[in-house]
Write a protein that binds this ligand. Structure first.
Ligand code: ADP
Ligand code: MG
Length: 730
């Protein structure tokens, strides 16, 4: 076998399990021990400082300079007691990754030093951040960007080896106040949703004073051994395999899903969970996923702001801890062709401070109407803004899942489950007959609460083909990509539902003014919404061609690629719900779209270059080696007088290899021409579309020849680890 590949495989076979560094036997003993929790704040802050931070968290009240100093002092003592020696503002710039710039607490003083950390350092920092994407908002000559403390997400200590750093979650804004990150718009959208939802909640429950969006993500990922990873430049630089023939055994046996977890992976998971728990990330579930070498972890849901931070932190931890175990985590949406990709289901709901989940069916008829109100309004919002939801999950990576014969489709639809769809039909029929009051009475057969749990368990899980499914007490947005920052789809979710709730309230109020009872008005408006939203509701198989046809008839978009999906951000509708609501400024929105186009272009460009390199410098050389061997064999046979007919197979194989080699060379040349031309055109969206339409199509064509060669060439000569090695060696 090719020596590098062979030794990589040997390394994997001989790997020992790395023992996990457990923090204790009971999670509750160390849970959130690295978080500046409410309890820690009480211990380390004065009453005034504590109250001020609580106020900032609950009501967004400003924190004065003196108080900031007091909070910083408390935070510093806490962090230093934990062994931290440095601090950083921790933020999520538009690269989609997390960013940090560490400063030490110590300051030289006299002939010694002392540890300092004041209110200034806590509240605001100016990282030299000129290289983060800003979509033109911030030219490099005015490169100032500021990070500003977000008290809504607790500070934490990140442990890297023996080093410990106090991390302060922040938002990232430009000198002119425009947001340059994922967090600021999310916070604004959550606030917008709350303002819109509270008055609607008050129609039913006067006691609630807060409504928060909740998020429980489910993170899918692949793990492969580090030795094999390093033999695959495509994995190293693109995060996915650009080449590789399907293994003889794929996922068709479905024997990996929920199967027993391999020991090395289990050790990794334990380590990951320990680190998560110390950071207060409430991960509770782990299991094998559908594809070989694919896994999932999921937490208990949290308030959306904190949940987003926790997911970003998790992705960071996953990578770091995998390295400790000589593994690599692949967060890419489609690391391997022909087997399932990875998503990050975003389970989303809204809850009140009175403990009510607004998407959980109530026990009493009154609570049922509350539930129905929010349930139907979410569906209506998705119906109105399906295209924006599609845009919110658009990325080069995710294009491999959406609309590429894989879950879920690029068509946004809502799955309610047959029970809820019957309920909605019933409402539509009966309200149409004008019997609103009857509907709100106990005699209405909407005994939803008792029926939903079992019905839902039966129904909803079976439909894995829907991008947006009701799962009993929350909606599950399944189309989000595994490597995505959840903030963007959650910002859009909060925005569209907020916008919808404002419209709902207005309609109900005007009916009430005209003399309708409150319940009657609500039911009438909901009925209208149900009729309006019919087109987006779909219970069938989301992968089928029949659905694609039907969806087209219904006027639903089916946009399969990112550069075109991003166009939805430029529509009047997008501006109404994202700009007019104050969530983004027009410039911020434009800048983001620019960045998304640009990062698409970069991604495809990188992939194209890696593919060209692999094809020309790895695949063709070993193919030619084998071809020479074959031809030498034919010659040798002739020399010893073996009849030419006996050398037929060798000759044919050599000729076939030559055909593939020629095809590859021609295609790579054409692709390089396409790359050279792709930057023609004025705008970043012209460029991304060129890459999408003119460059990307070569990938599959080149790959098909390479994968055919993989099936022919002497296994000993093949340089790159094969699918079976990456996916099945544990
Ligand atoms: P699945 O069958 O999809 O794995 P689970 O019941 O395990 O479903 O839940 C998946 C996720 O949904 C978990 O992260 C859970 O915390 C989250 N979840 C449950 N209730 C809510 C809610 N009210 N809001 C947001 N997420 C929720
Ligand atoms: Mg799920």
């Amino acid at each position: 076998m090719n020596t590098a590949r062979k030794s990589a495989v040997q390394t994997v076979v001989n790997r020992e399990v790395v023992s996990p560094r457990l923090a204790g036997t009971k999670v509750s003993d160390y849970y959130a021990s690295n978080v500046f929790t409410d309890t820690a704040m009480r211990e380390y802050l004065s009453d005034d400082a504590y109250k001020a931070v609580r106020g900032a968290i609950k009501n967004g009240t400003k924190i004065s300079r003196e108080i900031a100093d007091a909070v910083a002092a408390g935070m510093k003592s806490w962090a230093m007691n934990k062994g931290a020696t440095s601090y950083t503002h921790w933020f999520q710039p538009l690269t989609g990754l997390t960013a940090e710039k560490h400063d030490m607490f110590f300051m030289p003083k006299g002939d010694g030093a002392m540890e300092v950390f004041g209110g200034d350092a806590l509240v605001q920092q100016e990282p030299d951040a000129s290289s983060f994407p800003s979509g033109g908002i911030r030219a490099t000559f005015e490169a100032r960007g500021y990070t500003a403390w977000d008290p809504g997400s607790p500070a934490f200590i990140m442990e890297i080896g023996d080093g410990k750093t106090l991390c302060i979650p922040t938002i990232f804004i430009s000198y002119t106040g425009e947001s340059l990150d994922y967090k600021a718009p999310l916070l604004k959208a959550s606030h917008f949703l709350e303002e819109a939802a509270l008055p609607v909640v008050h129609m039913f429950d006067k006691e609630a004073t807060r409504v928060t969006a909740t998020l429980g993500w489910e993170q899918e990922y692949f793990l492969i051994d580090e030795a094999l990873f390093y033999q695959r430049p495509d994995l190293m630089f693109a995060g996915r395999t650009l080449l590789g023939a399907a293994p003889q055994k794929g996922q068709q046996f479905e024997d990996h899903y929920f199967g027993s977890i391999p020991e090395r992976v289990y050790a990794y998971m334990l380590d990951l969970e320990t680190e998560c728990h110390k950071l207060g990330i409430p991960v509770r579930t782990r299991h094998n996923e559908v594809a070989p070498a694919q896994f999932e972890c999921a937490p208990m849901f949290e308030e959306v702001n904190v949940a987003v931070d926790h997911n970003s932190l998790l992705m960071d931890l996953m990578d770091r801890i995998a390295r400790r175990h000589k593994l690599r985590v692949l967060l890419h949406e489609k690391p391997f062709a022909g087997i399932n990709g990875s998503g990050k289901h975003n389970n989303w709901s809204m809850g009140t401070d009175t403990g009510k989940n607004l998407l959980s069916p109530g026990k009493t008829p009154k609570n049922n109407i509350l539930f129905l109100t929010f349930f139907v309004n979410v569906i209506k919002a998705v119906n109105e803004y399906a295209d924006l939801l599609r845009a919110s999950i658009a990325s080069a990576n995710n294009d491999h899942r959406l609309g590429a014969n894989e879950a879920p489709p690029a068509i946004i639809s809502v799955f309610t489950g047959s029970y809820m769809s019957d309920v909605l039909n019933e409402i539509e029929k009966r309200v149409a007959k004008g019997k609103y009051d009857e509907l709100t009475n106990a005699n209405l057969k909407l005994d939803i609460h008792n029926k939903i749990p079992d019905v839902m368990l039966d129904n909803t899980d079976r439909n894995r083909t829907s991008p947006f499914a009701f799962t009993g007490n929350k909606f599950e947005f399944r189309a989000v990509g595994s490597s995505a920052n959840c903030a963007l789809p959650m910002t859009i979710m909060n925005a569209i539902v907020g916008k919808q709730l404002i419209a709902f309230r207005k309609e109900v109020e005007s009916l009430v003014k005209a003399g309708e009872t409150k319940e009657g008005a609500i039911m009438r408006v909901l009925r209208q919404y149900i009729s309006d939203s019919k087109r987006v509701m779909f219970e069938g198989d989301g992968y089928s061609d029949a659905w694609a046809k039907e969806a087209k008839k219904r006027g639903l978009s089916n946009v399969k690629t990112t550069p075109y999906a991003l166009e939805f951000y430029n529509t009047k509708k997008a501006k109404e719900v994202l700009v007019d609501t104050g969530i983004y400024t027009a410039r911020e929105l434009e800048a983001r779209v620019e960045i998304l186009h640009h990062s698409y272009t970069l991604k495809i460009d990188t992939e194209a270059r890696i593919l060209a390199d692999l094809a020309i410098n790895h695949i063709i050389p070993c193919s030619l080696d084998y071809m020479s061997k074959l031809m030498a064999n034919v010659k040798a046979m002739k020399e010893v007088g073996i009849p030419a007919t006996s050398a037929k197979a060798q000759k044919e194989m050599a000729a076939e290899i030559a055909l593939h080699v020629n095809a590859i060379k021609t295609l790579v040349d054409k692709m390089n021409d396409a790359i050279a031309k792709a930057h023609h055109g004025k705008s970043t969206s012209d460029h991304s579309k060129n890459y999408c339409d003119k460059v990307k199509p070569f990938f599959e064509q080149i790959r098909s020849h390479v994968d055919a060669l993989e099936g022919m060439i002497d296994d000993n000569l093949w340089a790159m680890p094969k699918y079976r090695e990456m996916l099945f060696i544990r």
